[in-house]
Design a protein around this ligand. Sequence first.
Ligand SMILES: NC(=O)c1ccc[n+]([C@@H]2O[C@H](COP(=O)([O-])OP(=O)(O)OC[C@H]3O[C@@H](n4cnc5c(N)ncnc54)[C@H](OP(=O)(O)O)[C@@H]3O)[C@@H](O)[C@H]2O)c1
Length: 322
Amino acid sequence: MFAVTATHTDNDDPLAGLTLGEHPEPRPAEGWTTVDVRAAALNHHDLWSLRGVGLPQERLPMVLGCDAAGIDEDGRPVIIHSVVGDATVGEGDETLDPKRSLLSEVHDGTFAERVAVPRRCLVPKPDGLSFEEAACLPTAWLTAYRMVFEKAGVEPGAPVLVQGAGGGVASAVIQLASTIGLRVYATSRSEHKRQEAERLGAYQAVPAGERLPERVQAVFESVGAATWAHSVRSLQPGGRIVVCGATSGPAPSAELAHVFFRQLSVVGSTMGTRHQLGRLAEFLVRTGVRPRIDRVLPLTEAKEGFRAMEQGELMGKVVFTT
Ligand SMILES: NC(=O)c1ccc[n+]([C@@H]2O[C@H](COP(=O)([O-])OP(=O)(O)OC[C@H]3O[C@@H](n4cnc5c(N)ncnc54)[C@H](OP(=O)(O)O)[C@@H]3O)[C@@H](O)[C@H]2O)c1
């Protein structure tokens, strides 16, 4: 079958190890099943994998891709929950299983015509969502859902900040948070993306690092080093940073004096449970919110999507169709 794989990893030139071509058919283990992929979405995770982050040499070649929607063995439309983990070990939450992995870390991922997944990872796809829309949900949108609804601890009407409006996670946070009535400020390096952020529901979008008109109760962080100091300084006393990623680097100054003196909280967030993925899909059906998709490409043109992500050109998600 056709697949997009990492054949070697290179921190400085991640696209050098991106290989498109034939790959062996999946062979589902006991308790696993095969899904015919209709659409799969690109995440920054796929670039990290090509840089060798979380993907050691001995696991190569590895089919990339965490996210997909497709047809299961019984002919039902499904969304794949990408977390391969044991919910009982994680007290009901598979993301707390210390041995959890995402598809494409230990087991082949979704950028292929077919993918093997644990049967429990299948979530029914509502009719109201297209395969392309549904494919955006399992990583970026699920992460955003948990950040907004489980971790942020803010009530509708509260001011919040989303760093890096163009990102898959960030654009999802803007859409979810504005839909429930949060007053969403957003930053972006790009004027075009700031305009798009306001179209997606942001109350006001400002250049990265610019002082906000007011301090916020929560900040949604996925950018890391480039925006961390601004995030800390943008919070009201008692405010909270919810952080899921560090695209620009994981080790900024912790700004500890600000953290203790203004009694700030830093809360980590990763993915979401399979049940949350089902509720997220239902939320989109109920509200009419749909993922901002930057472009849809055939899987055979995947390199274009990876290149655009590496260059930081995207506003929202890239979706590949098989
Ligand atoms: N913990 C989890 O479960 C989880 C889940 C999903 C993602 N993540 C992580 O979250 C991060 C975002 O993922 P994504 O898929 O949303 O990525 P993406 O679509 O490629 O977005 C990249 C983001 O980086 C921002 N950015 C701002 N300044 C930057 C700089 N100086 N250098 C590089 N990038 C800069 C961009 O903002 P502008 O272009 O608008 O300025 C944009 O928001 C990644 O690090 C990813 O690994 C973690």
